[in-house]
Design a protein around this ligand. Sequence first.
Ligand code: ADP
Ligand code: MG
Length: 233
Amino acid sequence: MIKIKELHKSYKTGKSSLHVLKGIDFEVEPGELVAIMGSSGSGKSTLLNILGMLDVADTGIYELDGVPIENLDEKKAAQYRNQFLGFVFQSFNLINYKTALENVALPLYYQGVKRKERREIALDYLSRVGLADWATHLPSELSGGQKQRVAIARAMASNPKVLLADEPTGALDTTTSYEVMDLIQKINDEGRTILVVTHEPDIAQMCKRIVHLKDGTIEKDSRVEQVKALPHV
Ligand code: ADP
Ligand code: MG
């Protein structure tokens, strides 16, 4: 699903340059649930943004679902991004003046889906995250956990091949974090490939594989015995 080789990324600020990713190699198979761990500043977001085509590497190979991601113009990149990838962020990134339903429907608008169908699909995804009754509410009327569930519904609405989540539980308390991870595990159980950036060990243990970034390289990459976020009822 994802194949990267010898990936390098530096940031230039004035005359100095910060070498953040120093040759990253890794592959992700369809259906994996991978945690990307590392201390603050270790390059987790940089890597995720490159995988998400929000940024480009300086050198290296990146293949997404067999498609080489390089030298794409902005339009092509946006098209692949919409088609292949869903994003979830720590700060939810919902649009404040739009309802939960409108937020979930928005990516479908950019894909040219007709209004009635957009609303149907959006409502379906809101139901799947348990928020059908909150469809007409604004983000300001929702709790943090509810906002993140709306953001997950939005990311899923365009049926992406890969879901990328950058510290999705970073702004949530423990109970709410586990509820969000339970949802992520359920989406993964349906076969979706998911990468989760986190610096919390308990959250990482809820994935199936943990990749540790340190000093710009992968220090450790191992499969883990997955801990269920919530007890089954
Ligand atoms: P993490 O997500 O692991 O905390 P980041 O990928 O956000 O780390 O950042 C890695 C390093 O790169 C940090 O030292 C950060 O300050 C720096 N950095 C990130 N983005 C930029 C940027 N746009 N310009 C310059 N430096 C950046
Ligand atoms: Mg980060």
